[in-house]
Design a protein around this ligand. Structure first.
Ligand SMILES: Cc1cc2nc3c(=O)[nH]c(=O)nc-3n(C[C@H](O)[C@H](O)[C@H](O)COP(=O)(O)OP(=O)(O)OC[C@H]3O[C@@H](n4cnc5c(N)ncnc54)[C@H](O)[C@@H]3O)c2cc1C
Length: 383
């Protein structure tokens, strides 16, 4: 169908919302992004965008052949925690390199491209309700204003209220895992930058460089049951972080020493939504398929969603059919990636003999590990 002039309201100005806004605007749609925050800003942290996400960023003209502010990755190195002993190396996927972005930089690139294309932004606009009518959708905002659109896209993140309104209330399951994240100044430049995954009993740390190798991104995950706060912006105590990872040595130990203002949050498991759409309202990104961070795929899936949603309109005769086609196309892949991320949560934290046996297997498998996930990275949502 021709969506030229059709009105879309996008709830949420995260990576998924902005990518969808841009994709639909490229087809001539009139797009308004409603974001509750007063500005589009991300807490300092990194994102790995693998080949399947990069292909969408390129198709949307957000990045060209060069990756904008991203640092090219040459693979992942696995290390043991005590002295940072080398365990194995996973080369870059055959599908193409991953790039490391500061979240604020990637969001900035998407925002700039969307403004250039004429996407409208209403910041400080919290959506309170979405009501479908025969002629369209009424999106109600906090404070009493509302917006009438032909289609509403809920890209309102892992704790999406629109998902609850389509699917009923949900009870998220605490994973008994808590994540810390921080960036630190780090001027040492590797010839071939890699993500380093350092594995210890009940804990792991992932590090990779950002912003032309001036910053190091650090995510530390521990099994723990006495912390249940889910907000991304909660400040943690750097001394507590160091104490909890005190037996992590080598380079990662040095990095932990430099952390000053970590964020901390508890990881909760929410299922892939049973119902993604309802005639003229549809879920996208984490709102449809909340994903644990252990495959580094949440943002990449949101980018893929955005492209497929736009294409579903191109290939359908009306809004309802387009949304159903989008869900049918995206659900199996999202479910498979979400399951792979959940399995990794266990693999990283093995203890005692299980850990040593797993390390021996990792050493033996080496480069073949990359092939195991090639189905994720080689997926091209734009063809
Ligand atoms: C530690 C960590 C590391 C990660 N690393 C990676 C990685 O390396 N690679 C990767 O691909 N993914 C990664 N992810 C996942 C990725 O961050 C998310 O999957 C991605 O940000 C989801 O984007 P989204 O647009 O769907 O939602 P979000 O980014 O959560 O955006 C939702 C937006 O909606 C707004 N909003 C919510 N409710 C309302 C409302 N009622 N009205 C208006 N606005 C509203 C919010 O303010 C927010 O701006 C990681 C996640 C974590 C936690």
């Amino acid at each position: 169908m021709d969506i030229n002039g059709l009105k879309f309201g996008i709830i949420g100005g995260g990576i998924g919302g902005l990518a969808a806004a841009l994709a639909l605007r490229h087809q001539g749609a009139h797009v308004t992004v409603l974001e509750q925050a007063p500005e589009l800003a991300e807490v300092g942290a990194g994102l790995q965008i693998s080949a399947n996400g990069m292909v969408v960023l390129r198709a949307l003209n957000v990045v060209g052949k060069t990756p904008g502010a991203g640092v090219r990755s040459f693979g992942t190195v696995l290390r043991d925690y005590r002295a940072g002993r080398f365990v194995s190396e996973i080369p870059e996927p055959a599908a193409g390199p991953t790039y490391y972005y500061h979240r604020a930089d990637l969001l900035g690139l998407l925002h700039k491209a969307a403004l250039r294309e004429g996407v409208e932004f209403r910041l400080g606009s919290r959506v309170t309700e979405v009501c479908e009518h025969p002629s369209g959708v009424e999106i109600a905002l906090k404070g009493g204003a509302s917006l009438h659109v032909d289609c509403a896209i809920a890209a309102d993140g892992g704790r999406s209220e629109i998902r609850s309104s389509l699917n009923g209330p949900e009870v998220p399951e605490f994973t008994h895992q808590v994540a810390w994240r921080a960036t630190i100044p780090w001027a040492r430049r590797d010839q071939k930058p890699c993500a380093v995954l350092t594995m210890g009993p009940g804990r792991h740390v992932v590090t990779y460089p950002l912003r032309d190798h001036t910053l190091m991104n650090l995510v530390a995950v521990e099994e723990r049951s006495d912390w249940h706060e889910e907000g991304w912006r909660l400040r943690g105590d750097p001394e507590e972080l160091r104490a909890r990872f005190a037996d992590f040595g080598g380079l990662v130990g040095e990095m932990l020493e430099q952390v000053q203002e970590p964020n901390i949050w508890a990881l909760f498991l929410r299922p892939v939504a049973e119902r993604w759409q309802n005639g003229r309202v549809v879920l996208l990104g984490d709102a449809a398929h909340p994903t644990l961070p252990f495959m580094a795929q949440g943002a990449c899936l949101a980018l893929e969603d955005a492209w497929v949603l736009m294409r579903s309109f191109r290939d359908s005769t009306d809004v309802t059919q387009a949304l159903a086609a989008y869900e049918a196309c995206r659900r199996p892949r999202a479910q498979r990636v979400v399951a792979a991320a959940g399995a990794n949560a266990r693999n990283f934290h093995l203890r005692g003999p299980m850990r040593l046996a797993a390390q021996a297997a990792l050493m033996a498998l080496g480069p073949r590990l990359a092939r195991r996930y090639e189905w994720i990275y080689s997926h091209d949502a734009t063809v």
